[in-house]
Unconditional design. Structure first.
Length: 245
């Protein structure tokens, strides 16, 4: 995946790993790179110590190490507050052309707001009022998420493996105030609004779209886990956007 070929860089959501994109990638015509954020799979890290800056830097490193020069960033759920930071950093590297950003059922905070501010009330209260307990629960853990037959992870951290949806996540990015500094506002933005989503329902999705200053909206009759329930349709949406010039 080098040269001028456009590659979709797929950023997973919270409590997931890059494997969440497997079914979508099986239908994608566009070349793709599914990344793991620090704290899962072969990027083990103490979830209690991982920051949003760590996530952004990791995605940028993956793009650089793979020698990509023409990319579309795709972020699902909490990946929505990772890819704007990646876009800002890519703007500092003229060797990488950023074609567009695709937000899928994504959390996209307004300037100075925190991702936690958009959570359901009970989850928001847990994350804020019981922060130390949440932090203690994450401390010393990393997420596994390996496919059958993959080599084991070498780490001294406790590896959490509890099915396709992992139960832990890094608390710090959820509580970090979001900044749009450096974001290339002229790069096209798309938001895949999942009409059956109970995590980011359509009215909340509209708030996210307003937070980013508007986007082209693509509706999908799916819930939050569209990558599981509608992988072919989601792949088709990504392909169409990639080839929109």
């Amino acid at each position: 995946m080098t040269g001028q070929q456009t590659v979709a860089v797929l950023v997973h959501g919270g409590t997931f790993t890059s494997t969440m994109w497997d079914a979508v990638r099986s239908h994608l015509k566009t070349p793709s790179l599914a990344v793991d954020l620090p704290g899962r799979r072969y990027k083990p890290a103490d979830l209690a110590a991982v920051s949003l800056e760590d996530w952004v830097a990791s995605v940028c490193d993956d793009i650089g190490e793979t020698d990509l020069t023409d990319v579309v960033l795709v972020g699902h759920s909490s990946g929505g507050y990772v890819i704007p930071g990646v876009a800002a950093r890519l703007g500092e590297h003229p060797s990488v052309r950023l074609r567009s950003l695709i937000f899928v059922a994504a959390t996209v905070p307004a300037e100075g707001r925190r991702p936690v501010d958009y959570l359901r009330e009970d989850l928001r209260e847990l994350a804020i009022n019981h922060h130390e307990e949440v932090l203690d629960g994450a401390r010393g853990h990393t997420l596994g998420g390996l496919r059958d037959g993959e080599a084991s992870i070498e780490t001294a951290l406790d590896i959490v493996e509890n099915g396709p949806r992992m139960g832990l996540e890094a608390p710090a990015p959820l509580l970090a105030e979001f900044r749009w500094a450096g974001f290339p506002s002229k790069v096209p933005r798309y938001f895949v609004r999942c009409l059956k989503d109970k995590v980011i329902p359509p009215d909340l999705a509209d708030t996210m779209i307003a937070n980013m200053g508007g986007a082209t909206v693509v509706d999908l009759e799916a819930g939050h886990r569209a990558f599981d329930s509608h992988p072919e349709e989601l792949a088709s949406i990504i392909d169409r956007i990639v080839w929109t010039r």
